[in-house]
Structures are given as C-alpha cells and as structure tokens.
Design a protein around this ligand. Sequence first.
Ligand code: COA
Length: 705
Amino acid sequence: MDLEVLNGLLRPKSVAVVGASDTPGKIGYTVVRSLLESKYEGPIYPINPKGGTIQGLQAYTSVLEVPGEIDAAAVVVPAKLVPQVATECGQKGVKGLIVIASGFSEVGLHDLEDQVVTIAHEYGMRVLGPNIVGILSNSDKCNASFAPFLPLAGSAALVSQSGALLIAMDASTYIRRVGFDKMISIGNMSDVDFADLIEWLDQDASTECVSLYIEGIRDGRRFMETARKAGKPIVALKSGVSAHGAAAAASHTGSLAGAQKVYDAAFGQAGVVMASDLNNLFDRTLALSLQPPLTGDNLLILTNGGGVGVLATDSAERYGLPLRFAPKDVQVELKKHMPEFGSAKNPVDLTGMAGRDWYQDSTQYAYGHSWVDGLVVLYCETAMTDPQNIAEGIKAAVDASGVKGKPIVVSFVGGERSEAAMRWLVENGIPAYNEPDTAVNAMAALREYARNKAKASNGFTKLTDVDEAKARAIIAQVRAAGDRNVTEMESKMVFEAYGLPVVTSRQATTEDEAAEMANAMGYPIVMKILSPDILHKSDAGGVKVGLESEAEIREAFRTIMANAKAYNANADIHGVVVQKMAPWGTEVILGSVNDATFGPTLMFGLGGIFVEVLKDVTFRVAPVGVEETLSMLSDINGAPILKGVRGEAPRDTKALADVLSRYSQMICDLADEIQESDANPMIVYEEGAGACIVDARIILKPRKS
Ligand code: COA
C-alpha cells in the first residue's frame, strides 16, 4: 500500500473540483458547496474553463494553473473529458482522483475506464471510482461529494459500492444514531478496491470498525487475505446473492454452490462478520464500533421483565449463543438485588420492582464476574422508574467495575424517554437497541467476530505425499484425446494420485475381463458403464449393484452395454468399471467448484436425500486445514448423524476431516485444470475404519483458446 498516495486521496490536505460550477443543481456546484459547508480547512480549487470565481472561491481554468499543491481532485466533468483531466492532474502532481462522473464500465465503456487508470498509474496517482458519490470524513471536515452533509460523527467507516445507498445511509445515521467517521463511495472499483480500503482503514486512527456494502468483489483471494490481516472488525452486507450460475453448473457440487454460500464461507474464513440487511448492518456496526469482541460463550441477561427476558433467550439460541444457568456464586450474589420472587438463574429477572440501585449493583457484579463473558441488560419502561436514571446506573456500573475487554449491550423497550436514554447510552459507548432481539443479534456479531478471527489463521499444512505430476499426466491424456469429459476411472486415478481413499476399481473392456476381475476382487461387485459421453450413468441403465456371481457379472455386462448403446448410439464406450461393492456406512458428498471470485472452493455434506432434497451442505474456500474441515463437519444440520444416532457408533470424523483437507489441496494444486469435482458418494465408517470414495467426477476447465 502506498500510504502517502492513499492519504492524499482519502484525507486530502487540498482538493481541486474539476468541473466546478456556479450553477445550482449541477453536481459540480454541489461538490464545492459540500466542501464549504463541511468547513473543510484545506484549500479548495474550483476548476472551470471560464475561470473567474465560483461560490466565492477563485477558480482556475486548469489544475495546471493552481499555484499550490493538490492532494485530491474530485472530477465532475462528462466521462469523455476525464482522460484529459487525468493527464493534467498527473502533470500537476495530484495524488488521487475522486472520479464522481458516470458513463464508464457500468455502461460498457471499459476502454475509457481503463484509459483513465492507465494515465493515473503513469503518474503514480490512484483512482477512486468512477461512478461514485465521493468521500466524506468527519475528522477531516471533508465532504468531497454530492451527499448533503457529513454523517453523524462516530468511529465506524462505511465503504459502499452503491452511491445512492451511501447517501441514504449518510442521512439515516442521524435517525439511527450510528456514528461514522468516514464514508467512501467505491463505485466501479476501476483501481482502488475493497482490499485497498480495508488495508488503509485498518491503519486509520479515526476508524474502529469497517462496514461494507458489497455488490461484487473482483479478487476474492486478495480480499480474504487483507481482511484476515486486519486488526479491526469488518462487517459486510452482500447483495445480489441469488444462485447465479447454479443452473449452468455441470456437477452436483456446482449446482449447490450459490454465490451466497460461497461468500458466507469466504467471509467467515476471513474473519468478516456478515449482516443480513441494512438495519442489521447498522446495528452490527454500532456494536462492533463501540464494544470489544465476545471471546467466550457465557452470556448473561439481566432484565426487569420476564417477557423480554424470554424473547432474548430465544434470540440467543437462534444466533448461536444458547444461555447457560449462572454458577451458584453468581446466583447467590444476584439474589441480593431482587425481591424474593425474582430469578437469578439466567436470564436474571430483577422483576418490575427493579430501580436504579438494583440495576446498577447487579450490573456491576455481573459485569465484573469472570464467568460472564458478555452482558445483555434489558429494561422495560415502568411508571416507577426513569429510563435515564437506569441508563446512568448501567454506565456507572460499567465504569466502576474497572473491567476492560468485555462486551455489554442494552435494550430498552418503551417510549420517548427510553429512546432518549438509549441515545445517551450510545453517546457514552454502550450500544442500545429498542428490540431485545436486535441487542442479542449485536452481541452475536461480537461473538462471530471473535470466532471468525480465531479460525482465520486456517492452519493448513501442505501435504507432501501427493503425486501432482501423475494427476497432471492423467488430465493431459484426457485433454490430448479431445475436449471430452473425464471418465469415472480417470477421475478416480487423479483422486488416487492425491492419496484419497478410492474404492478399488478396474476397467474391463470385455465380458471375460470383467468376470476375471470380479473373481479376483471377490463378491459382491458393482459394475458401471465407462464412457466420457454418459455422465448420468444410472439414467442410461448403466449401473448394476450387488452382483454376487460370475454368471451375474456376465449378464450385467451385456445388459449395461446394450442399455448404453440404446441411450446414446454415438457414445464413445471405454468398457465398464468393475469395483468391489463398498460395505454399508454413512454416505457423504464432497466436491469442489472453482468459484469465479474466490477460486477453488470445497463442499461437504451428507449424501443421498440430504444433498438431493435438503441441500444440507457447507463450503470453504480452499485450501483448508484439518481444524477447519472438522468445523465443516459440525456446520451441517445433519452433524449428529456423524456423531452416531440411535445407538449407531460414531463415524470416523478424523479420517473424514483428513480426506477433506487433502481434497482441498488437490483442487488448489490443480486449480488451473479442475473446474468442478465430486466424490459422491463417499462412505464413512465407524471410528478408526476410515472412509472410501465410491464414485468420482472431475469436470475440466474449458481449454484456453
Ligand atoms: N475542466 C473543468 N471544467 C470543465 C471542463 C474541463 N475540461 N470541461 C467542462 N467543464 C465544466 C463545464 O463548463 C461545466 O461548468 P458550468 O456549469 O460552469 O458550465 C462543468 O464543468 C460541468 O460540465 P457539464 O458539461 O455541464 O456537465 P454536467 O454538470 O451536466 O455533468 C457530470 C457532469 C460528471 C455530473 C455528469 O456527466 C455525470 O456523470 N453525472 C452522474 C454523476 C453520478 O451520478 N455519479 C455516480 C453517483 S452514484
């Protein structure tokens, strides 16, 4: 990161507005007015061919005429004029271009956009945009945008790919009471992208939390790497996550890998917290910008109302933070701050009789207790209490406890007095929400942040007992034979080269050969058609299972051949696969997609009906270490099945996790070749008995033309 250049672009000490205008209603007018109204302290240089003065400021006919240095140039001339403006800015030594003008790649004019970036880079400038609203910074009193005013001051920073949404969020910060120091519109991301801004904001002293509105990311791996390294929380709202491209996917895994699932996985692995909608983005940003992460699972809820306590308990479970009863010493102490009929378990019900003292004392005790990892304080407005008084009691308790690094969130349910008290709490660093559910969700964001951050190290170690050259040789043979599908046998050979546990399978081209192989392997046997032109083998009548004798083998061979020919007369038939029938176990599926944004991505789920109907699968961007693959096993809804249900022995999850990690290395090593792949089904046996892959499929990337 070139800090000096990005500082010039994002915290400019001087700003030129190229295309500045004296005509109200023009964007070039509004940007100058915004700078003036935000009380920007550096020099503002309006640039307009007519010269003269603009809104009382001396205007220049070109940046080249400006006497002083210019850090950033906000560009508000029509798109076709931007390359010329960029050249002049480069000659002037401007550090960065804030290209507000639209009319570039978003309308198909990619070359024009590339031209601007090329010129900028020639002169060592960076480009924000084009097609943006601009930049806003409270700490720099700088509104270089056509958003009406600076946001409510605070410690979050918003980076938005949508300009209109940024403007809307800017205005709503005053209603929602969520404070931002910076808002940066990123638009077409021709040059400066999310990763650049995460890196820059991470070192920005006025930013505590990075909040992102994302429509698409270009380089997913770089995004993940930068986010992983960031020391500040990042919360992201990702739009446009409908199952793009899924319909066109050729493998099972491909059809299950909607953009949403891959983004969820990638963000989780990178330590990024997700937001589900705009409200949630604001709510989570508030907590993450004001409170430390929740590093343990012991959440304590204090309340004066049973109803909100139960609601919050339900929410805690929903958001992955199920409540536990407080230990005895906590209960004994808290009992002192409530009437006889109160409850000190968890939620702790101080009852409707609770006034400031009980709130303050119990908050101080609970917040200071080592068992409590995080505290949620709920309050229902009563006629006997003043919400402001309660709020001050909570704040005093937190201060008096002397505890640092432990999160607290609050929810007041009531009228205007409660709203005012919550505003006061937020101004004093305690996130407050008018819904218990929202407060618990915000606490869950602090937990997700801590959990994601802890696992963001990944722990993958590259295996050496793999034969990449052999796998590549098999793929090269397939490529050499024309642009055709990889057969099951070839896929299995690639898997085997990576040490994956493939069931013994052999290729037979004649009935006699098949019989001989079956006799050597032992019964029961499975036989399957082997043809690059028949991917759906069962549909073609090309699979026979449970063959118990040579006679059955011979008959099955003839039937399969006849069925295959009837199914596709032109199919190139390589014979049949003869394999030992795997004993019964738990069917799972593993697979991969080469995601357009994040690259090779691993999938795991239970097989059969679980994958067909319930789509109970989970993803991780590869490669992944065993610790992370173990977490994949517990991610799925069907996880208890692997642990052993109804008296069944637990499955060999260790072997399974090892296979997943190994598989993830294979799809990364061969990422230039493999587009999608499946091991479906793989059968997992009891602990210690391992697993075996029964069927395999690889779909190669299209050839580079
Ligand atoms: N250098 C400096 N100023 C120049 C210039 C140059 N080379 N060439 C022309 N100008 C001046 C014009 O004379 C005009 O000033 P004036 O009002 O004094 O005549 C001013 O720059 C603006 O040019 P104009 O041709 O009037 O354009 P415009 O104001 O109608 O529109 C944009 C310009 C950039 C605002 C418009 O093209 C655009 O892209 N709008 C969309 C912006 C947007 O929505 N961004 C994304 C938000 S998400």
